[in-house]
Design a protein around this ligand. Structure first.
Ligand SMILES: [Zn+2]
Length: 367
């Protein structure tokens, strides 16, 4: 039950001040005690309830009983009290919680915050970007292509003869259930980024300068230096009068840009189906400077990439769609390298699997 509203002992200002002052004090005390939602509602009912609220009672008992000349004074005080009660109600509803509850929820802004880990490029991505940017600076554009490729783009147009071991399913992951398709249309996971060379030449007449970073797949068992998925960067340059000297100069510059100006390069005859002549490129050991150490097996040299002059047979395939690739009029070179191998060398990583494990203890070192 609500406390009873006393009768007024007069209608003069002093009597009204006393009476309304007391009511306001009671309202403030009641509001301070409000601790939860139910208490807020109880407070509202007690003071502002339409039937039994205290203000309603004040209105019916004091206002109505007041003589005509006192009604105005009373009305002003009544409205002021009502405004105070409404503000108290809003404050109580807004806070809705006791000081203790608020204290428990409070945030100590002097505590150190949650530290977020810095995001950085994965070492493979970083190495890929470093290599592509060296060639971008030489005017090469960046090309990409599908990872699920046709036999034609992966092997046939790259001059892999039918019996070449790379076409064997021992080395290539092929998409199942394609027996009805012709050999050249069968899908497989690309074993090198070379298909993008042909796709680029088909789209664009010479000259071409393109660098091709990307993921490739081979049916290799994983070990310390092999993974069924890895990354390559390939490059292709086609124009009139491109010679082997251009190839040597370009790769020598690129190796110096990647590993430092003291690095030397040397070329050895090699074989790739899509280049003729072909070469393996070695760089002087970046660990011992060529003196011989464990990393270079005491040879002073590290084999890093393959390259060569584009085989005229490859240009003949491109010329089917772009007649500009007439091997009598143009020439070009191509090169390719494994990104993991370079990243392992640069960062001293001995297990290729470390790159793919997602282990933050490993990746955290590259922040
Ligand atoms: Zn060495």
């Amino acid at each position: 039950m609500n406390e009873e509203i006393p009768n007024l002992d007069g209608f003069d200002e002093a009597a009204l001040d006393r009476a309304f002052g007391q009511l306001e004090r009671q309202a403030r005390e009641a509001a301070v005690a409000v601790s939860d939602e139910a208490a807020v509602e109880a407070f509202r009912l007690e003071w502002l309830g339409r039937k039994q609220g205290r203000l309603n009672e004040v209105s019916s008992r004091w206002l109505k009983a007041a003589p005509a000349d006192a009604k105005k004074l009373l009305g002003v005080r009544f409205n002021a009290l009502k405004a105070v009660v409404e503000v108290l109600l809003d404050a109580a509803a807004g806070a809705g919680q006791t000081d203790a509850a608020l204290k428990a929820e409070a945030i100590d802004i002097t505590l150190p915050g949650t530290r977020r880990l810095m995001g950085v490029d994965h070492p493979i991505t970083r190495t890929l970007n470093e290599i592509t940017s060296v060639f971008a600076a030489l005017g090469y554009s960046v090309g990409v292509g599908p990872e699920v490729e046709t036999d034609f783009y992966t092997f046939e147009c790259m001059n892999f003869p039918p019996g070449h071991p790379a076409r064997d399913t021992q080395d290539t992951l092929v998409v199942a259930g394609q027996e009805r398709r012709s050999q050249r249309d069968r899908l497989l996971l690309r074993t090198h980024t070379s298909p993008v060379q042909m796709r680029t030449m088909e789209q664009q007449p010479p000259p071409v300068r393109i660098v091709i970073p990307g993921k490739v797949h081979r049916n290799d068992a994983a070990d310390a230096t092999h993974s069924p998925i890895f990354h390559q960067v390939e490059g292709l340059c086609v124009d009139t009068n491109i010679t082997f000297s251009d190839l040597k100069g370009t790769l020598d510059h690129a190796m110096k840009a990647l590993f430092g100006s003291a690095v030397k390069t040397r070329f050895f005859p090699s074989f790739f189906p899509f280049t003729e002549p072909s070469a393996d490129v070695q760089i002087s050991c970046i660990f011992c400077g060529g003196k011989g150490c464990r990393k270079c097996k005491n040879s002073g040299w590290i084999e890093l990439l393959g390259c060569g002059m584009v085989d005229p047979a490859v240009f003949a395939f491109a010329a089917e769609k772009q007649p500009g690739y007439d091997p009598k009029k143009i020439s070009g070179f191509a090169f390719g390298k494994g990104v993991e191998r370079i990243a392992m060398m640069k960062y001293g990583v001995s297990e290729i699997g470390s790159f793919y494990s997602g282990d933050m203890r490993f990746l955290g070192q590259f922040v």
